[in-house]
Design a protein around this ligand. Sequence first.
Ligand code: RB5
Length: 147
Amino acid sequence: MGVIYIACDHAGFQLKETIKETLNSAGHSVVDCGTSSCASCDYPLFAHDLCRRMRQADDALGILVCGTGIGMSMVANRHPHIRAALCNTELHAKLSREHNNANVLCLGARMTGVELAKAIVQAFLSAKFLGDRHARRVDEFNQLEES
Ligand code: RB5
């Protein structure tokens, strides 16, 4: 598996640290894009930074954590190469990979407990894109003109 980029805002800091430790312990290569404390900060800046870094590697995955996961997912999905999925269950995470080829997982630290968040991350990392008809649909994501 490629590099896993991870970033958060102040609301996601503790959960980001926990996930990072878990991933490091499991032998993953993790790049921490901040934030580095619970001090108040602006989540768009961290989401943009992570997404820019993900341009470098096709097989990279990202994890973004804020209070709800909503703001992070909104910002990340402005980047054409990003398919960010806000996941509240393991099934969301599995299907976001299998059907949507999600490359960024967004989590809400104020919404999702630590153990569930770890299970969601595991489900996200374990699942594989199914391709076929799903590939055609994913290819249509950036087709913004009417056809
Ligand atoms: C920060 O208070 C909060 O707005 C942020 O973490 C996130 O939930 C935004 O979507």
